[in-house]
Design a protein. Structure first.
Length: 109
């Protein structure tokens, strides 16, 4: 194997002639340096345009809790309709974002 992939340029180049020296030449090339600068600029733009609707760790915790509650309801053969009331109770006691009513439990069945 004499080809190496450049992740910055998304291309492959040969290291069969000089090995490590080929890599050094690639890293010092104008093409690589320009691509490296562009990648650094792009990453800062990505943080600027970060999606605000991406789930947070708290959102993922709530989703896991909803899944566990639905699983428990199914395993214990409780009525799915009882989750309509239980979901409201859990919202008022613990987390207002918790939603695990009849329809969500029924989907997991």
């Amino acid at each position: 194997m004499s080809d190496v992939e450049s992740f910055v340029l998304r291309t492959e180049f040969s290291v069969s002639h000089s090995g490590a020296r080929d890599i050094e030449q690639h890293l010092n090339s104008k093409k690589h340096k320009n691509a490296d600068r562009a990648a650094a600029l792009s990453s800062s733009l990505l943080t600027f345009f970060k999606k605000s609707n991406a789930p947070t760790s708290k959102d993922l915790d709530i989703a896991a809790t909803e899944g566990v509650w639905a699983y428990y309801t199914i395993q214990e053969n409780h009525s799915f309709r009882s989750n309509n009331c239980a979901s409201k109770l859990i919202q008022s006691c613990f987390d207002p974002k918790f939603t695990c009513a009849r329809t969500k439990s029924n989907l997991l069945q």
